[in-house]
Design a protein around this ligand. Structure first.
Ligand code: F6R
Length: 608
C-alpha cells in the first residue's frame, strides 16, 4: 500500500527519494509525488501512474534540495489522479504532508475548516492534515503537528516539511508503520525499511502515538502528550541484494526459487532430533502454559489465512487440540469466545495488515495470549504479540506471497510437533515428522526442476478464462491458495473447492473448456479424489493433476499430470503448492500481466 520516504542531510534529496519510492513499488500504488525544499520554497510534483511518469515529468531538472519527502499513493479517498496524489499542502504552500492510512473523521473536520474559510483542492482525507498543521503553525512545526494530530481519528504514518524550518522534518505514527533510518550526518524517514536499506541498516521504529523531529544530525522522539521517548535503535540484518531480482525476470520467480533456502531458514536451529520435537524460543510460554492450551484460534488474511487452514489440519490431527480459523476481518467485529485456555495465533507476512493487527488487539483485549507468526522483523504484530515465531523468509517483494506461505506452513508444522509431543505423540512419530521436515528443502528443489514442463503446460492453457482448483483434506487449502495465486496475478477467474463439494454446485461449470487443477497425491484420500476426477471426465472437463511420481493410473484419467515426489503426508502441502505457484507465474507472464505488481493489489494492506 502507500509508501513514504523522507530524507534530510548533505546529499541531493531528489534521487534518494525517487530510489526510495522505487524500493517500495512492490507495495502497490497508483500515483506518486515528491516535495523538496528548494531555494526557500517547497517544490511539489505529482503524477498519476508509475514513478517513471513522475520522473519523466521532472526530466531535465537538477534539484539542489537537501531535504524532502515523497510518496506512493494507493487510492482510498478520491480517484488516483495528479491532484489527489501526495504530498498535500494547506492554503499557503508552506507545509507539505505525505500520509499513509485513513483519517476517519475527515468530513467533519473539513466542514469545520471550510467554515473558517479554508479552501480544499483534493478529494483526499490527507489534505485535512495539511490544513490543520498550517492552522496551528506558530513557528514550531513539531507542536503544530502534535496539535493537528490530536484532532484526527483514524490511522496515520505521516512525514511533514515546512519552508520556515528547512533543517528538520516531522514524522508521526498511529496504526501505520514508520521507521527512522539513522545515517552518518543524514537521516531518513520511511514506511518500509526497503526504501532506505541502501543507505543505512540502523533504524528506530516509531510506536503508535509517537512523533519524531528529524534533522540531518539528530532526531528526537516524543509522544502525543509531549513525553520524551528513549529511542530503541535496531540493526536490520538483511542486505540490498535480498531486495533485488538477482538475475530473475521477476521477484515472484526469484522468491519461488528461493524456497529451498527460505525453508531451511525457517527451521534452522528449531529441529530437536534428540528429543524428536521442535525448539521454538520466542514463544515466551512456559511448558505448563503450553500444556494447558485447550483450544487454538488462528486468524489471518489472504494467503496467510490459507496457511492457517493448513495449521488447523495439522494441529488437530497431530496435537489433538481443537482449532478454529477466522478471517481477521471478521474476527475483529465478532464477539469471539476466548477463555484462559485459548491460544490465539496471528499469521501475517508483513506483520502490518490492518485487519490482522486489529484482530490481535481485540483478542488481547479479551485476555488471550497471542503469538505472532510474522516475517517482517520488528513489524507491529511481531512487537505487540506476547511472543511468536519469525518465519525468516527474508524480504518478500512480489505482491503474490510464495516463500512466506511455505515458511508459514513450516513454522505451523514445528508448532504442531511441539504441541503434539507434549501430549500424545510418540517419540517415533515425532522423529518421523522431524525427519520429514528436514527433507523438505530437497523435495521442494525437485519440484522446482519441473519449471520448464510447467511453463509448457501454461502455454497450452494460457487462453482459458476459468479454472477450478480441487483438493481434499489438507490439500483443500492448497487448492484455495493455488486458485488465489492464479487469479491475483493473471486475472483469470479461479475457484478453489473441496473436491467432493464440487457436485453440490460448481460441477455445473464443467465442460470441455473448463480446466480443473486437481491435487491428487497418493495420500489417505487418494481413492476418493479419483472418483471426483471421474465425475469431471464424465462431463468432458479438462484435468490437470498434481500426482505422486510413479502413479500410472492417474495418467489414464487426467489430461495432464505434474508429478511430485512421494513424501510424508505431513509435508505434502509445502511440496504440493510449488507447481501451483509456478503455473500461476507462467500463466501471468504469458498473458503479459504485471506479475510483481498486479493491478489493484498492495503488498501490505494497511487499511481496513
Ligand atoms: C496473496 C497475498 C495476500 C496476503 C494478505 C495478508 O498472495 O499476499 O493475500 O497474504 O494480504 O498479508 P499478510 O500476510 O502480510 O498479513
Amino acid at each position: 500500500m502507500c509508501g513514504i520516504v523522507g530524507y534530510i542531510g548533505p546529499r541531493k534529496a531528489y534521487p534518494i527519494l525517487i530510489e526510495g519510492l522505487k524500493r517500495q513499488e512492490y507495495r502497490g500504488y497508483d500515483s506518486a509525488g515528491v516535495a523538496l525544499i528548494e531555494n526557500g520554497e517547497i517544490v511539489i510534483q505529482k503524477s498519476a501512474g508509475k514513478i517513471a511518469a513522475l520522473e519523466d515529468s521532472l526530466e531535465g531538472h537538477d534539484f539542489e534540495a537537501n531535504s524532502g519527502i515523497a510518496h506512493t499513493r494507493w487510492a482510498t479517498h478520491g480517484e488516483p489522479n495528479d491532484i489527489n496524489a501526495h504530498p498535500h499542502t494547506g492554503m499557503t504552500g508552506k507545509i507539505a504532508v505525505v500520509h499513509n492510512g485513513i483519517i476517519e473523521n475527515y468530513r467533519a473536520l473539513r466542514e469545520v475548516l471550510k467554515r473558517q474559510g479554508r479552501i480544499f483542492r483534493t478529494e483526499t482525507d490527507t489534505e485535512i492534515i495539511a490544513h490543520l498543521i498550517e492552522e496551528y503553525y506558530e513557528g514550531n512545526l513539531l507542536q503544530a503537528v502534535r496539535r493537528a494530530l490530536t484532532q484526527v481519528e483514524g490511522t496515520y504514518g505521516i512525514a511533514v516539511i515546512c519552508i520556515d524550518d528547512p533543517d528538520s522534518m516531522v514524522a508521526a505514527r498511529s496504526g501505520s508503520p514508520l521507521v527512522i533510518g539513522c545515517g552518518e550526518g543524514e537521516n531518513f524517514v520511511a514506511s518500509d525499511v526497503a526504501a532506505i536499506i541502501r543507505h543505512t541498516n540502523r533504524v528506530v521504529y516509531l510506536e503508535d502515538g509517537e512523533l519524531a523531529e528529524v534533522s540531518a544530525s539528530r532526531f528526537s522522539i516524543t509522544t502525543l502528550d509531549d513525553v520524551i521517548v528513549t529511542p530503541h535503535l535496531q540493526e536490520i540484518s538483511w542486505s540490498l541484494d535480498m531486495i533485488e531480482k538477482g538475475g530473475y525476470d521477476h521477484f515472484m520467480l526469484k522468491e519461488i526459487f528461493e524456497q529451498p533456502e527460505t525453508l531451511k531458514n525457517a527451521m534452522r536451529g528449531r529441529l530437536n532430533f534428540e528429543e524428536a520435537t521442535a525448539r521454538l524460543n520466542g514463544l515466551n510460554l512456559q511448558f505448563d502454559e503450553l500444556h494447558h492450551i485447550r483450544r487454538i484460534i488462528i486468524t489471518a488474511c489472504g494467503t496467510s489465512w490459507h496457511a492457517a487452514l493448513i495449521g488447523e489440519y495439522l494441529i488437530e490431527e497431530f496435537a489433538r487440540i481443537p482449532v478454529e480459523v477466522e478471517y481477521a476481518s471478521e474476527f475483529r467485529y465478532r464477539s469471539p469466545i476466548i477463555d484462559a485456555d485459548t491460544l490465539v495465533l496471528i499469521i501475517s507476512q508483513s506483520g502490518e495488515t490492518a485487519d490482522t493487527l486489529a484482530a490481535m488487539r481485540e483478542a488481547k483485549r479479551k485476555g488471550a495470549t497471542c503469538l505472532g507468526i510474522c516475517n517482517v522483523v520488528g513489524s507491529t504484530i511481531a512487537r505487540e504479540s506476547d511472543g511468536g515465531v519469525y518465519i525468516h523468509a527474508g524480504p518478500e517483494i512480489g505482491v503474490a506471497s510464495t516463500k512466506a506461505f511455505t515458511s508459514q506452513m513450516m513454522v505451523l508444522s514445528l508448532i504442531t510437533i511441539l504441541l503434539a509431543r507434549m501430549r500424545s505423540m510418540s517419540y517415533e512419530k515425532g522423529e518421523e515428522l522431524i525427519k520429514a521436515l528436514n527433507g523438505v528443502p530437497e523435495q521442494v528443489k525437485k519440484v522446482l526442476s519441473l519449471n520448464d514442463e510447467i511453463r509448457r503446460l501454461a502455454e497450452k492453457y494460457r487462453d482459458k478464462n476459468n479454472f477450478l482448483y480441487l483438493g481434499r483434506g489438507i490439500n483443500f487449502p492448497v487448492a484455495l491458495e493455488g486458485a488465489l495465486k492464479l487469479k491475483e496475478i493473471s486475472y483469470i477467474h479461479a475457484e478453489g473447492y473441496p473436491a467432493a463439494e464440487m457436485k453440490h454446485g460448481p460441477i455445473a461449470l464443467i465442460d470441455e473448456n473448463m480446466p480443473a487443477v486437481v491435487l491428487a497425491p497418493k495420500d489417505s484420500v487418494y481413492s476418493k479424489i479419483i472418483s471426483n476426477m471421474q465425475e469431471i471426465k464424465a462431463r468432458k472437463g479438462i484435468i490437470i493433476a498434481i500426482a505422486t511420481e510413479g502413479d500410472k493410473e492417474i495418467a489414464e484419467l487426467a489430461d495432464e499430470v505434474i508429478y511430485i515426489p512421494q513424501v510424508n503426508d505431513f509435508i505434502l502441502p509445502i511440496v504440493g503448492i510449488i507447481p501451483l505457484q509456478l503455473l500461476a507465474y507462467h500463466m501471468a507472464v504469458l498473458r503479459r500481466c504485471d506479475v510483481d505488481q498486479p493491478r489493484n493489489l498492495a503488498k501490505s494492506v494497511t487499511v481496513e
